[in-house]
Design a protein around this ligand. Structure first.
Ligand SMILES: *Cc1c(COP(=O)(O)O)cnc(C)c1O
Length: 358
């Protein structure tokens, strides 16, 4: 077996321990004689997985009884529509911050449903950044304020969160459970699973139960958060295998502790940014104070050398460093499961590459 250092932005690296555990149980889950994919979602084996996945999230995020933990098919992009459908009433306005690619997509979907105020717009700034707290122009009695806690393409991250009267809604797809946060400050947190939690195709949603009551009666059953709350995310057949992997990932996170995971993430990102800042040969693409601990974006001073950098890195077992197709450049995604040894390998490669091409 040979595994590369996988810098993919998403779907992304999973803990090797998790993959190996899933492999061990793949064809015969705990002596049941079948895979977890093959049994009823109402059978006790899957019910236990489902319950543990939810309980692990509750524990890791320190959630109170006022919050519901939901598993919703369709990923984070589906949530871009779900949120205004459920929370943005007739005649109301929702505040959105535009910080780049992902925030912009959320804004486009919200505009299809109702009134949107852009509370701050840093979406096309270079170097990239998220808005500062004192820049926000909020609407009185807004339905909610939406932010993108980590812009995966730009490599920019909110370090502090706004204090608002309106419920705070956050797309945490690319930094959920990467650092301790006070979840009680948020009305709704959502994340596609495929960056820090598991396989793609579904989203984790953490919502104030009261907020879920806002939805108009006319909304289709499967598009109401209430339906997921009332049926423990089992109104439909849930994405069982994805939730099973999420359960294993959250077990792995619990064994480490979020504080330790955060310290390691900060150390990994710090090493890479130091390597970038140490020379004119490389340039970070995000404003320093908003640099992401999850997606380290950078360029070579000589852009023409970037394809060679990517090619040589790939040949050296450093995979997935190409920047998003919309912006080019380079991006090292170093989510929770990305091993520190991979960061060291990239730093060595960067130094070596500069010596040979600088
Ligand atoms: C990846 C990503 C998404 C999209 O997730 P899908 O599951 O593909 O819909 C949305 N927001 C952010 C911040 C992301 O990083």
């Amino acid at each position: 077996m040979s595994r590369v250092f996988n810098f993919s932005a998403g779907p992304a690296v999973l803990p090797l321990e998790v993959l190996e555990e899933a492999q061990k149980q793949f064809v015969d889950y705990q002596g049941s004689g079948m895979s977890i994919m093959e049994g009823s979602h109402r059978a006790k084996d899957y019910m236990a997985v489902h319950a543990e996945a939810g309980a692990n999230i509750r524990e890791l995020m320190g959630l109170g009884d006022d919050k519901a933990v939901l598993f919703v098919p369709g990923g984070a992009s589906m949530q871009f529509a779900f949120i205004p459908i459920n929370l943005l009433g007739d005649g109301q306005t929702a505040d959105y911050t535009n910080s780049g690619t992902w925030a912009n997509k959320a804004i486009k979907e919200a505009k299809l449903i109702g009134n949107v105020n852009i509370a701050a717009d840093t979406g096309s700034e270079i170097p990239t950044r998220v808005p500062a707290l004192d820049e926000l122009k909020l609407t009185e009695n807004a339905a909610y304020l939406h932010i993108t806690s980590n812009e995966t393409v730009a490599g920019a991250q909110w370090k502090d969160f706004p204090e608002t009267d309106a419920p705070l809604v956050a797309d945490m797809s690319s930094d959920i459970l990467s650092r301790p946060i006070d979840a009680s400050k948020f009305g709704l947190i959502y994340a596609g699973l495929q960056k820090n939690l598991g396989p793609s195709g579904a989203a984790l949603v953490i919502i104030d139960k009261e907020l879920a009551e806002r939805v108009p009666d006319t909304v289709s059953t499967m598009f109401k958060y209430k339906t997921y709350i009332e049926n423990d995310s089992m109104f439909n057949t849930p994405p069982c295998f994805s939730i099973y992997i999420l359960m294993l990932v959250t077990r792995w996170l619990k064994s480490k502790g979020i504080e330790n995971v955060y310290a390691q993430n900060a150390e990994k990102a710090g090493k890479l940014y130091s390597a970038i800042d140490a020379t004119e040969f490389y340039t970070g693409t995000a404003v320093k104070e908003y640099r992401s601990d999850m997606n380290v974006t950078f360029r070579l001073a000589n852009h023409d050398l970037e394809p060679t950098f990517i090619e040589e890195a790939t040949a050296n077992g450093l995979s997935g460093l190409k920047g998003h197709r919309s912006v080019g450049g380079l991006r090292a995604s170093i989510y929770n499961a990305f091993p520190p040894a991979g960061v060291d390998a990239l730093v060595s490669f960067m130094q070596d590459f500069e010596q040979r091409h600088g």
